[in-house]
Design a protein. Structure first.
Length: 227
């Protein structure tokens, strides 16, 4: 009975089914973890800021460079990042001193013309946005072509799986990331962790670090670590 109700629900609301499958079977195998998804769902304003705010897009570039330099030093790391207007968070790497040094090196390299450091092929945010955009544009197009129901969902998912990840870098270059870092400064870094509230529930957020940045001339926030 419960299975029948679930099937009826998915038949009436195929978008929900598409989103669930997208998260569980497309984004996760591509390296976008459940924690990253919960992080964005719990704080949608952070994702909105990452897309629309110029300062957040510049911090996104520094975040990518920081991750690449850390991986160059320590090998492949399971790091999840989220840019904001004031800096960026990194979860999965909680030693603040190497992060601070890496962020300063990343900023210096990008300012000297190292634009590749501003972009990251495995950026979870760009994968999510590219996949969702492709899925939610393709599904209505299929319906307009007379292809509906489960077949439309399957075609959408297969297309997302084959092409979505490849669109991630393009999404970054179309405006999700800005490598124009003139005047940007690294202020400091602090340990970041706690819980996220969502729908009346409290979600545990693993410990990480927050790298604080600013534009030259902006008010300075007290540094936590500054070797």
């Amino acid at each position: 009975m419960h299975l029948l109700l679930l099937l009826i629900f998915f038949f009436l609301f195929p978008w929900v089914f598409l989103l669930l499958i997208l998260v569980l079977y497309v984004l996760i195998p591509l390296g976008f973890s459940v924690q990253s998804f919960l992080w964005i769902v719990a704080e949608p304003s952070v994702l909105f800021s990452a897309v629309t705010d110029g300062q957040a897009r510049r911090n996104h570039a520094i975040m990518h460079g920081t991750i690449q330099i850390l991986e160059r030093e320590y090998g492949a790391l399971n790091i999840e990042g989220m840019p904001t207007r004031d800096g960026f968070s990194l979860r999965g790497f909680v030693d603040p001193e190497p992060v601070l040094l890496a962020s300063r090196e990343a900023l210096s390299l990008i300012l000297k013309g190292g634009q590749p450091f501003a972009f990251h092929a495995r950026c979870g945010i760009s994968v999510l946005l590219a996949d969702l955009l492709l899925a939610f544009l393709l599904y209505p197009a299929l319906r307009l072509m007379g292809i509906g129901g489960l077949l439309a969902v399957v075609i959408s998912l297969v297309s997302v799986y084959l092409a979505g990840a490849r669109l991630g870098p393009l999404v970054q270059r179309l405006g999700l990331v800005s490598d124009d870092l003139a005047g940007m400064e690294i202020v400091g870094v602090e340990v970041d962790g706690g819980r996220m509230a969502f729908g009346g529930f409290s979600l545990f957020a693993p410990a990480g670090v927050f790298v604080r940045t600013r534009k030259a001339g902006a008010p300075r926030v007290a540094e936590v670590i500054s070797p």
